[in-house]
Write a protein that binds this ligand. Structure first.
Ligand code: GH3
Ligand code: MG
Ligand code: MG
Length: 326
């Protein structure tokens, strides 16, 4: 159905006189007319050619017009189909509409069949509009899906550190504050840690900045692999990482950090050929939050973890220091 103006029609009617009359009038009005005297003949014609409009007699021996309509609609939702009904057949016309007919016209109403051309063209125009409406609606739906996907990607990008794929500082702080609120509500313990790679400047200076980048992303992966799914890690800045451990007390934090420290020292990080043995210093703390101000609690926890980290650096690096938050 490419043209706005329909040109070919298939008339399906078992009455030869109706067929001939309708074909004659439509041909006079410029239609290319094919005829079929039964559902079988109609199937053959439809299999061989595409029609803009198919006019089907409701009452035919063998396969009825309604059955033929349903059959066509199973595979073809687009072709315009107009049913030819007997007089006063309103209920059956409704049945046809439900089965996917575009229109029904009483044969008597187009006697001497002059109205047929108008009715077929009108049905065709309405169908075109419907197809256009469907196309636009599908396009809108697709555009909407793309938009939602793009929004989700954007949201994820705005929460992610590009280099390591971990949460960025802002997102991790949001998550941490939520966790502080949750732990405060249920009286649970929460652990927080800051980690800083040791002498990282040297890695850049000796292996190059790109190799340094690769060490950072490898370390990010090590964190992800090593932590529990409920723990959260993010890049806090430069070669510094923040982790929080829900439901974990100070001893638990120490154990987790000690494992991370060991794994880091043992794992060659960086690009092949330039694998560096990097160590990490860790400062940890834990608290059962009582203060309602989650941001304030967060600042205190991070501050305390930072102090512990400072101690770890000053007492030789490649070590874990933990201290209670209060
Ligand atoms: P320390 O053991 O005291 O932590 O020594 P350090 O060398 O790790 O610490 P310092 O703060 O002196 O240097 C941090 C280095 O980390 C310097 C900086 O260029 C590097 N760095 C920070 N961000 C990135 C990054 O995104 N990529 C790379 N390759 N290097 C980074
Ligand atoms: Mg460092
Ligand atoms: Mg640093």
């Amino acid at each position: 159905m490419t043209n706005d103006s329909p040109s070919c029609v298939l008339v399906v009617d078992d009455s030869e006189s109706i067929r001939k009359r309708l074909a004659q009038i439509l041909a006079l009005r410029g239609w290319d007319v094919a005829v079929a005297g039964s559902a079988e003949e109609a199937r053959t014609a439809l299999g061989a050619e595409k029609f803009d409009v198919v006019a089907i007699d409701m009452t035919m021996p063998g396969t009825s017009g309604l059955a033929l309509l349903r059959e066509i609609r199973q595979t073809d939702a687009d072709t315009c189909i107009v049913m030819l009904t007997g007089e006063g057949d309103i209920e059956r016309a409704a049945e046809c509409a439900e089965a996917g007919a575009d229109d029904s016209m009483e044969k008597a109403s187009f006697e001497p069949l002059q109205g047929a051309d108008f009715r077929l063209r009108r049905a065709f125009a309405t169908r075109l509009l419907e197809l256009e409406r469907r196309r636009i609606s599908e396009e809108l739906h697709k555009a909407n899906e793309h938009l939602q996907q793009a929004n989700a990607e954007l949201a994820s990008l705005s929460q992610t550190d590009q280099l390591t794929g971990l949460a960025n500082r802002r997102h991790l702080e949001e998550l941490l504050q939520k966790e502080i609120e949750r732990c405060g509500r249920y009286g649970h313990c929460l652990g927080v840690a800051l980690l800083d790679l040791d002498h990282f400047k040297k890695v850049n200076d000796t292996a190059g900045h790109q190799a340094g980048d690769r060490v950072l992303s490898d370390f990010g992966r090590l964190l992800t692999d090593s932590l529990r799914a409920t723990d959260a890690a993010g890049r806090y800045g430069g070669e510094e990482f923040l982790i929080f451990f829900p439901e974990t007390d100070l001893d638990g934090v120490r154990v987790c950090l000690e494992r991370l420290r060991r794994e880091t020292a043992a794992a060659p990080l960086g690009p092949p050929g330039l694998r560096a043995h990097v160590t990490v210093s860790c400062g940890g703390t834990a608290v059962r939050p009582t203060d309602k101000d989650a941001e304030l609690v967060m600042r205190k926890l991070v501050g305390r973890a930072d102090e512990a980290l400072y101690k770890a650096k000053n007492t030789g690096r490649n070590r874990v220091v933990v201290a209670p938050a209060d």
